[in-house]
Ligand binder design. Structure first.
Ligand code: SF4
Length: 183
């Protein structure tokens, strides 16, 4: 059974990879764009992207340079900000994500019954976390599932991070974080 499931995942990955040369972008470039749009303020750095992709610094640096040359991302340096260089999508970067080749897979998944989608999501999440733990990698899960996440905060913003001592908006709570630790 486990071998059969492994082969099915490999076939699915191959189908996705075959589609991932769309719009003149390479698969890693698409992955970087998806990460930047989903990562929270504390995680939009080249270093966090490198950890997320599990690639070398040099490969990620080349990927970012290519995306910058295509006008899809920009780098911002905030003086005195401990977060250093921040990556952001340009308007063209947001527009090209509308043509993300992964949308075809998302549409197929959306056609599955709701409970099957939920089971599928949980199973894949657990599998990825288990494999990352064995490799010493980070989970990069959603902020609202983190043990440092505190709902409601007296400063007026809805939420709070007890690790970074920062207020979090509702949309922050849905984003990926390099520091996330499952609750
Ligand atoms: S609560 Fe966790 S996931 Fe959210 S910002 Fe803090 S460390 Fe990151």
């Amino acid at each position: 059974m486990s071998e059969r499931v492994s082969v099915l995942i490999e076939r699915l990955t191959r189908l996705v990879q075959n589609d991932a040369q769309a719009e003149g972008l390479k698969p890693t470039q698409w992955e970087a764009l998806r990460y930047i749009v989903r990562a929270n303020l504390f995680s939009r750095s080249p270093g966090a992207l490198t950890a997320y992709l599990g690639m070398t610094k040099g490969t990620v640096s080349q990927t970012l340079q290519a995306l910058e040359r295509k006008g899809l991302i920009e780098k911002k340096t905030v003086d005195g900000d401990r977060r250093g260089v921040q990556l952001a999508l340009t308007k063209a970067g947001h527009r090209i994500l509308d043509k993300d080749p992964l949308n075809a897979l998302a549409a197929s998944i959306a056609g599955m019954p709701q409970d099957a989608q939920g089971t599928f999501e949980t199973t894949l999440e657990n599998l990825i976390i288990e494999m990352l733990e064995r490799r010493g990698g980070r989970a990069f899960g959603a902020c609202k599932t983190c043990r440092h996440f505190r709902g409601k905060h007296s400063l007026g913003t809805p939420h709070f991070c007890s690790l970074l001592n920062e207020s979090l908006s509702r949309s922050d709570s849905e984003q990926l974080c390099a520091e996330q630790t499952a609750a």
